[in-house]
Write a new protein. Structure first.
Length: 135
């Protein structure tokens, strides 16, 4: 059992995935700092010295026995901006990797028959399943 686990853990895909997760976590922290410490302060300043992380809607005030109930929409705005930046960077990285490896989107080689919905070659003029003539 130990030998099987060792083989599983040392396979290339598992190690690559672990490295990707570690780098992704570090990259997420960098983007969070970029948004919270560099992008949002000037935007907040331009919008009247607003600190987005403190923007909340109070549903219920704090009492002696209960904490305040708030909707932290400013934090949500920061997280959405984080996501957009990460998604854009990942798009650029994947696009560049595809360009470097020469990968191009594959052209479809099959289509569905409109009559019987079976998968047929793209250039077929007649469906081999239902013998319908295709246009």
């Amino acid at each position: 059992m130990w030998k099987e686990f060792k083989e599983f853990a040392m396979r290339g895909n598992v190690v690559d995935m672990a490295v990707g997760i570690i780098i992704g976590t570090a990259f997420g922290k960098i983007v969070t700092s970029l948004v919270n410490d560099i992008i949002m302060p000037p935007i907040g300043f331009l919008l009247g010295k607003v600190d987005f992380s403190n923007l909340v809607i109070t549903i219920h005030q704090k009492t002696a026995t209960l904490p305040a109930v708030v909707i932290s929409y400013g934090t949500f705005i920061n997280i959405v901006i984080n996501f957009i930046i990460i998604a854009f960077v990942m798009f650029i990285v994947i696009k560049q990797m595809n360009k470097l490896t020469g990968m191009k989107p594959q052209e479809p080689t099959k289509k569905d028959c409109p009559f019987c919905c079976s998968s047929i070659p793209l250039k077929a003029q007649r469906c081999p399943e239902c013998t319908s003539t295709l246009t």
